[in-house]
Design a protein around this ligand. Structure first.
Ligand code: ZN
Length: 182
């Protein structure tokens, strides 16, 4: 399976986080062959069925990334990106269905072009922004571009294990350099 920065942040954040930075260069993890299908397979439990065209997933990813990145950096988002997220969300409707194991959400709307899956992702992006207890943030590691939802106001890094350690080590090196040059 393709290597994703899978953070379990939910559909919208996980999709936005397929735009990463590796060794200082921007990398599109969805551009790799088979990556779109692999991403959908990794989120199969949350995505309505049906094939999602790679181009459609990448286009919505760009729009969701622009939307959530603008939220994290408190800047004005691109209007076309918002329009695409809204249109994708509006194409589908969640509907509660009873099962012997409790209610589940079923998605109604067109199947063509992976519209149901794209709609579920777009609605997740809207839900994240609508949640007053969820704040979209960008990782505090300046070399990292990943976004996450801080439900705990103190969270500053995408993954503490990787990014906060890197920042700590960088600070340590900077202090060390400052100490030797003084
Ligand atoms: Zn990070």
């Amino acid at each position: 399976m393709a290597d994703f920065a899978l953070l379990g942040e939910g559909l919208a954040l996980d999709l936005a986080n397929t735009l990463v930075r590796e060794h200082g260069a921007a990398v599109d993890l969805l551009a790799r062959r088979g990556a779109a299908a692999a991403w959908c397979a990794a989120h199969a439990d949350a995505l309505p069925g049906g094939r999602v065209p790679a181009a459609g997933l990448a286009a919505l990813r760009d729009a969701v990334h622009e939307t959530l990145d603008a939220a994290a950096r408190r800047r004005r988002p691109d209007a076309a990106a918002l329009a695409l997220v809204d249109a994708s969300a509006a194409a589908v409707r969640p509907k509660l269905r009873a099962t012997p194991h409790g209610p589940v959400v079923a998605w109604t709307g067109p199947r063509a072009g992976g519209a149901r899956a794209l709609g579920a992702i777009a609605r997740d992006a809207q839900a994240v922004l609508a949640d007053p207890h969820a704040e979209v943030r960008a990782c505090a590691n300046p070399d990292c571009v990943l976004l996450f939802v801080a439900r705990d106001g103190r969270r500053r890094f995408c993954t503490t294990a990787i990014c906060s350690n890197r920042v700590r080590q960088a600070r340590h090196r900077a202090r060390h350099r400052a100490g030797t040059s003084a």
